[in-house]
Design a protein around this ligand. Structure first.
Ligand code: CDT
Length: 309
């Protein structure tokens, strides 16, 4: 038994006029509660530090740079790192990353894994949803393809917290490739954050299916790769737009063992035995014995379907 007590820290809506210091204050409160509950790790959402700004169209993308971090820790975010060290709790945090490379600015939708106040892992979102150009007819925008580059770090794993950890971000959770690439590195816990608008402007799905697809993705990914999945929402109403809640901790059997109840700041906690997936990995999902890579070539050769003649 390798027990790890983990929290998903759901964060309610962040309004455009909320300062970083105010947001960090809310996160510190959640982190302190998680540490008080004996958690070794707390998972915060995607783009935790600001409102979900890809809903706004700005002609010049550099006008959105106020939503980005050029350094972590920075002056306003340092208290999170100090608290991690002081309280002996690690954290996962999603944020908008601005990197200066030569004379070029690069922007990513990024998440970090922190332990002992130090960054031990970084992931940049690969599956960017939405669009790059203004859609004047849409009720709001989803401009991740405008503001961010596709992540360039792949899907690494890290030995941390007594197990093997991977990260992904929001839309990544809907793609089986995300989990399988992590599964092929022996992942035991995948941590992720999300901002999922209750309305998908490209594809109208009833509200109940929005939550069903969210859970289905987490549960299938967890089971088929025999891994824990810890997912934290930024949710509730932000500047008039609603984001779904449903933060969840899912076991390697695909069962939801903890789930949020409301749409505000909320902590959910579970005792996760990192050995729960070991038996599944030895039998049903013994990749070495059962995978048939000679039949999987299309997965990397082809991006979109090609229909038969
Ligand atoms: N943030 C993010 O990735 N959200 C997407 C919804 C996109 S709707 C155009 C998600 O998969 O939840």
């Amino acid at each position: 038994m390798r027990k790890l007590r983990v929290a998903a820290a759901q964060v309610g809506g962040i309004q455009p006029d909320e300062t970083r210091t105010e947001v960090v204050g809310r996160l510190l409160d959640l982190m302190e509660r998680a540490a008080g509950a004996g958690c070794r790790l707390v998972v915060f959402p995607e783009l935790t530090l600001t409102t979900f700004f890809p809903r706004y169209f700005l002609e010049d993308i550099s006008s959105a740079d106020t939503y980005f971090e050029t350094a972590l820790p920075g002056p306003e975010t340092r208290p999170l790192f100090d608290a991690s060290r002081r309280l002996g709790i690690g954290f996962h945090l999603g944020y908008a990353e601005l990197v200066r490379e030569g004379d070029r600015n690069r922007r990513f939708n990024t998440a970090i894994l922190v332990d002992g106040g130090e960054i031990i892992g970084k992931y940049r979102k690969v599956h960017l949803p939405g669009h790059a150009d203004h859609l004047p007819e849409a009720p709001f925008q989803h401009l991740e393809k405008r503001y961010f580059e596709v992540g360039d770090l792949g899907f690494p794993v890290w030995k941390a917290f007594g197990g093997v950890f991977g990260m992904c971000i929001c839309n990544d959770r809907r793609w089986p490739e995300t989990y399988r690439v992590l599964g092929l590195q022996g992942v035991e816990m995948i941590v992720l954050g999300y901002n999922t608008p209750e309305v998908n402007i490209h594809h109208r799905e009833p509200a109940h299916l929005r939550m069903f697809h969210h859970r289905l993705s987490l549960q299938a990914g967890a089971y088929q790769n025999a891994t824990w999945v810890v997912a934290a929402a930024k949710c509730g109403v932000e500047d008039g737009s609603r984001l779904i809640a449903g933060s969840a901790i899912v076991s390697p059997n695909g069962e939801i063992v903890a789930e949020s109840a409301g749409e505000g700041d909320e902590l959910i906690v579970a005792d996760c035995d990192l050995d729960v997936g070991t038996d599944l990995k030895r039998h049903v999902f013994d990749f070495a014995r059962h995978r048939r890579t000679e039949h999987y070539g299309l997965i990397t050769e082809r991006t979109a379907p090609v229909l038969p003649d």
